[in-house]
Design a protein around this ligand. Structure first.
Ligand code: DCP
Ligand code: MG
Length: 410
């Protein structure tokens, strides 16, 4: 789907003029970058995955034709697509390409907000004189990414961020879709409810029970009915989106690449329980900073420096993005155990959250209904108490100083 609704350049019929927000997303990013150096594999189903959790990180469109999707367990993907070749991720290459693609985007405007390694929003309102209409800019970006990196991306052009994000998704792969200002509702309303941000399986089912199948159905549903079914905030949020309302602006400042916390122990320690408690504390700090910024992480890593100063990092991609302390801690602890430090004296531990996305926006499909809501609410309550009583006043019980052990009775 290329240039679907944009008129020819320079004719005055370009309907993208009132749609200054672009969402650019690389197609099958990890897989496409890996295939650059394996051209003989082009056209074949290829899956990038691995690690101990064994999930699909990225799959070529040939593999997706078999039903393979990202975040799916690799075992299931292999069953669905026996001819697929599974290759390990090459993260340093992805980051290099990502940095160059983001630089192409920043040539157009400083108003670039990367959402993750392979996608970004741009506000091109101020770029018209230099580069043309939003549709022309989208074509320029796609041409430059192809010429300079040999990769395709898809671009959504719309008046708001969440509509631009949906548009890029609908145009994939190798597509461009312009939603003109006057065409937002006719674009949105026929789409299934699951196309809206935040609508995962449980919300979709709740909407379905109300007889709401499309975004247009949500727009027509009385707000109180929606709020009774989904809660005040979620109901109001979905109602606004279904009417095409999204007040957020592209904010280049909101896009830290990672958030981390580390601590040098006062004395080197090989006590596994003490080290786990330190990981728990650092995971809590990282999660709190994510929540403060309205961000979620998809990749958790740990850093361990031993007494001899040798340093090691281990990373893990999560199935679902998160800002929940316990989920970050669980990943950090698994990485720690897998790294096999038992008995070694550790000098420093660190926890990092990378591959960040926008929690409350048109970022990744963060289904508020598919997560362990209990933990998330607990975290938020802890944040609120921390603000009132000072950080550190509330936290997991295992961070409390341990009771001195009673001598064993003989
Ligand atoms: N990724 C990851 N962990 C996940 C999902 C994705 O590390 N659970 C990585 C691999 C992807 C990259 O992030 O290549 C971008 O994610 P996308 O959701 O944009 O997926 P793709 O770029 O692979 O495919 P698409 O063409 O749908 O954008
Ligand atoms: Mg992508």
């Amino acid at each position: 789907m290329t240039g679907a609704t944009a008129g020819p350049a320079g004719t005055g019929t370009d309907r993208s003029v009132g749609s200054p927000i672009l969402h650019v997303d690389m197609d099958a990013f990890f897989a496409s970058v890996t295939l650059l150096e394996r051209p003989e594999l082009r056209g074949r189903p290829v899956i990038i995955g691995g690690g101990t959790r064994g999930v699909v990180l990225s799959a070529t469109y040939e593999a997706r034709a078999f039903g393979v999707r990202s975040a799916m367990p690799l075992a299931r993907a292999r069953r669905l697509c026996p001819p697929a070749l599974v290759l390990p991720p090459e993260r340093h290459r992805y980051h290099e390409v990502s940095t160059r693609v983001m630089a192409i985007l920043r040539d157009i405007t400083p108003l670039v907000a990367p959402l993750s390694v392979d996608e970004a929003f741009l506000d091109v309102s101020g770029s018209r004189r230099l580069f043309g209409t939003p549709a022309e800019i989208a074509r320029l970006i796609r041409a430059r990414v192809l010429a300079e990196e040999g990769l395709t991306c898809s671009v959504g052009v719309a008046p708001t961020m969440f509509v631009a994000k949906i548009a890029s998704t609908r145009s994939k792969p190798d597509g461009l879709l312009v939603v003109p200002a006057g065409g937002v509702l006719s674009f949105l309303h026929p789409l299934p409810t699951s196309a809206l941000w935040g609508v995962g399986q449980a919300t979709e089912a709740a909407l379905d029970r109300l007889g709401l199948r499309t975004i247009g159905d949500i727009a027509d549903c009385p707000l109180p009915t929606l709020q009774r079914a989904l809660g005040q905030a979620a109901g109001a949020h979905l109602n606004a989106l279904a009417h095409g309302r999204d007040e957020r602006a592209v904010d280049p400042g909101s896009t830290e690449v990672s958030i981390s916390a580390e601590h040098t122990l006062s004395v080197d320690s090989s006590d596994q329980d003490a080290l786990a408690r330190e990981l728990l504390r650092l995971s809590g700090q990282v999660a709190r900073r994510l929540r403060d910024r309205g961000r979620v992480t998809r990749t958790v890593s740990i850093k361990i420096r031993l007494a001899d100063f040798s340093t090691l990092t281990r990373a893990r991609t999560l199935r679902e993005p998160t800002d929940v302390s316990q989920e970050i801690y669980r990943a950090a602890l698994e990485l720690f155990h897998e790294a096999g430090f038992a008995g070694k004296a550790v000098r420093l531990v660190g926890v990092r959250a990378a591959n960040l996305a926008d929690a409350g926006g048109a970022g990744h499909q963060l289904a508020f209904d598919e997560r362990p809501v209990g933990w998330s609410q607990l975290d938020r309550a802890t944040d609120a108490a921390g603000r009132r009583f000072g950080t550190g006043s509330v936290g997991p019980a295992s961070l409390l100083p341990r009771q001195p052990r009673r001598p064993e009775s003989i």
